[in-house]
Design a protein around this ligand. Structure first.
Ligand code: A3P
Length: 285
């Protein structure tokens, strides 16, 4: 358990935290170790995803659907298990929309006992990869300044916080079998980009808080990339002032980064690592 500096293919280092054999962002060991023991309430809701798959976006949709104060500016990071200690989370009023990038078995024990609702988000992993690269470069605590071509092998090898996305995707794809007791709604980033309204309606139904079409349109408007960036884009900033969590919000930015060789390697590795796991992603909308 310690701070580790993971070198990329060019020698630039990514600063991470290793706790019990797993890699995390540089947070606190006590906070990470405390996750399993967080006291869980019946009405806690969880938003789960591998990093950069749209957690902030969907968290905000859920907040607007469940909240009585739609004007409040709260960021999902205030309820992120990997960064916020249990003592702070315990003070939050219900319903709490907790969020995490951890694997299924790393969720708080109480989630399984209370059968909490889980909103799980997936995004095509090529756009996720590009987004994660910018995330690592922009967030000062990673102290990372590597080039995309040197970062790419690091991500493919899972030497990043939360580990291999192949492992993560397979773990969560099986949640219906490994934990059939957990009510889970899967939302797809690209589907939400194409049209957020069906996703917002599904989410409201799943959370048992159905509202008028007019309200759903309001949620769509307030959770547009532009509105969210304007409202919250300065909460987490890069050293140059750029917004870390609201970068481009597009489908297909991977085409501006992946070389032909990287794309081929990605497709080959994906096929090999995800054999037997039937997931289809949309790389364009
Ligand atoms: P990009 O880096 O491709 O722009 P997470 O919230 O899981 O960290 O994911 C961040 C990604 O979601 C970023 O992707 C960010 O721009 C995008 N995002 C955030 N809010 C969004 C919104 N309202 N609509 C679409 N994409 C959004």
């Amino acid at each position: 358990m310690s701070v580790v500096k993971v070198p990329d293919a060019g020698g630039d280092e990514l600063k991470l935290l290793e706790v019990d054999g797993h890699l995390y962002p540089p947070s606190s060991v006590d906070v990470i170790r405390g996750i399993r023991d967080l006291p869980i309430r019946d009405d806690d809701v969880f938003v789960c995803a591998y990093p950069k798959c749209g957690t902030h976006w969907v968290w905000e949709m859920a907040r607007l659907l469940l909240s009585s104060d739609i004007e409040a500016v709260i960021e999902k990071d205030e309820l992120m298990l990997e960064f916020i200690g249990n003592d702070v989370i315990e003070k939050f009023p219900s319903p709490r929309i907790l969020n995490t990038h951890c694997l299924v078995e790393q969720l708080p024990r109480g989630v399984f006992e209370k059968k909490c609702k889980i909103i799980y988000i997936i995004r095509n992993p090529k756009d996720m990869a590009v987004s994660f690269y910018h995330h690592h470069k922009k967030l000062p605590f990673y102290e990372y300044n590597g080039k995309w071509e040197n970062y790419f092998p690091l991500l493919m090898d899972g030497k990043v916080d939360f580990g291999s996305f192949f492992t993560y995707l397979k773990d969560w794809a099986a949640v219906g079998t490994t934990h059939p007791e957990l009510p889970t709604l899967t939302l797809v980033y690209e589907d939400l980009k194409e049209d957020p309204l069906p996703g917002i309606r599904k989410l409201a139904k799943f959370l048992n808080c159905e509202k008028s079409e007019e309200y759903y349109l309001k949620v769509k408007e307030l959770t547009s990339f532009k509105k969210m960036k304007a409202a919250k884009g300065t909460i987490i900033q890069a050293t140059d002032g750029a917004s870390v969590m609201y970068r481009k919000g597009e489908v297909g930015d991977w085409k501006n980064h992946f070389t032909v060789a990287q794309n081929e390697l990605f497709d080959r590795t994906y096929k090999e690592k995800m054999a037997g796991c039937d997931m289809k992603f949309r790389y364009t909308v």
